[in-house]
Design a binder for this molecule. Structure first.
Ligand SMILES: Nc1ncnc2c1ncn2[C@@H]1O[C@H](COP(=O)(O)OP(=O)(O)O)[C@@H](O)[C@H]1O
Ligand SMILES: [Mg+2]
Length: 389
């Protein structure tokens, strides 16, 4: 389907002629986007997969049971799309040990988790910010704080022309709107998010993502904030009651297609093609989440029996075991804190879980030892290996 989705502004950057793209406000028009035929089927499949994910998330004792791992999985994969090398285990280990020096890659992923947490807090509290440009700037500030992002103007809408692909705006694959137009374009996006457009909310979350990427309001971090926006919208529009969907998995598996689909919206007005792609990524990620949840659930069931059957099992070791899904990496100090127990009691509980082959010591050191619930982390970390090259 061909339609025009914006206009080009010709201007000069460093003496060179540049054609910057200014998108029309959402929703897609002339013709309007219709969710019918094949698209309606893909949409129904995606919504059904999300519903299964919601059910999977509700079958466990604590609502935060999968949330801890799944949010971190999303943070790792979304950052990997942008080249981060940190692994899920790096992040979880860092969160427990809080070593003073924090590698930049780990910092980026931890910031992503913090930004998502902060966004959810704002949206759910009566005095918090609504979904608006100010909120996105606040989240960008959290995301970019630290070593690598500090020259990237954290929290600030860009004051210069940027570009995607190529070495300068003049030879870029895509040149987003001139910086003077960004505030207005974002205001229009915000207004549309709060309007009552009849398109289904999941489709709208996908459109909002493209629009955000096309505006590219920051000097860096646009991909991550744009994906975080989807996570927030999916929860805000009640498609899921917590951010269990690690959507970036679908984008990462079909990464070249992701860029092609974004391009095709601008160049051919192909909102239908984007929407089919986006919904397919949602379905794939949600299905993966369901499978992962089932496997983790089964694993914990089997391992729980191992704890009960162990001859040195105590109430404390049973309690510690139940905490593992939210704390798959532990130190003695962390265990003492979690259990509110003395060193000997905490140490004994950890020993029981180690003898039952549930916890494994991963440093090989005598001091500052770190213990991992390896089998659990292995299931959770699937598809989060860093991409070679
Ligand atoms: N051709 C394109 N049109 C619009 N957006 C694109 C295009 N290619 C890539 N993008 C978006 O730009 C993001 C990268 O922008 P960037 O500001 O570097 O974000 P981050 O620092 O999070 O990587 C990609 O993840 C994608 O969402
Ligand atoms: Mg980047």
């Amino acid at each position: 389907m061909a339609r025009t989705t914006g206009t080009y502004r010709t201007g000069k950057v460093a003496g060179e002629e540049v054609r910057a793209f200014l998108p029309y406000p959402l929703p897609p028009k002339r013709p309007v986007l219709r969710i019918e035929g094949k698209l309606a089927e893909v949409h129904a499949d995606a919504v059904a997969a999300i519903t299964r994910l919601e059910v999977a998330g509700s079958m466990v004792p604590s609502p935060d049971w999968f949330l801890y791992g799944f949010v971190r999985k999303e943070a790792v994969i979304s950052s990997q799309i942008e080249g981060t090398q940190a692994t899920l285990e790096d992040i979880v280990t860092y969160e427990v040990t809080k070593k003073s020096e924090r590698p930049a890659d780990v910092e980026e992923v931890c910031n992503y988790v913090d930004a998502l947490t902060s966004g959810r807090r704002e949206l759910s509290s009566p005095k918090g910010l609504p979904l608006c440009t100010r909120l996105l700037c606040a989240l960008h500030k959290i995301l970019m704080t630290g070593v690598r992002g500090s020259e990237k103007q954290p929290g600030i809408i860009r004051k210069s022309q940027n570009w995607i692909g190529g070495s300068r705006p003049g030879n870029a694959r895509f040149v987003p709107p001139p910086h003077t137009e960004v505030a207005e374009a974002l205001a229009a996006l915000e207004k549309w998010i709060h309007s009552d457009d009849p398109l289904p909310p999941l489709v709208r979350a996908g459109l909002a993502h493209v629009q955000f990427e096309t505006i590219h309001p920051f000097l860096d971090g646009n991909g991550r904030i744009g994906r975080l926006l989807v996570s927030l919208l999916v929860e805000h529009w009640n498609l899921l009651s917590s951010p269990l969907l690690y959507l970036s998995l679908g984008f990462k598996r079909q990464q070249q297609e992701y860029y092609r689909r974004l391009d095709a919206v601008r160049s051919m007005g192909d909102w239908e093609g984007w929407t089919a792609y986006f919904l397919d990524c949602v379905r794939e990620s949600a299905d993966d989440g369901v499978t992962t949840a089932q496997r983790l659930f089964a694993l914990v069931g089997t391992d729980r029996r191992k704890v009960f059957d162990h001859r040195t099992a105590t109430l404390t070791s049973a309690r510690l075991f139940e905490l593992l899904p939210e704390h798959p990496i532990l130190t003695l100090a962390k265990t003492m804190e979690l259990l509110g127990a003395t060193k000997p009691t905490a140490g004994k509980a950890m020993e029981t879980l180690r003898h039952a082959s549930i916890l494994e010591e991963i440093t090989g050191k005598k001091r500052d030892r770190i213990y991992a619930y390896r089998a659990y982390l292995d299931v959770l970390a699937e598809d989060t290996g860093t991409v070679p090259g």
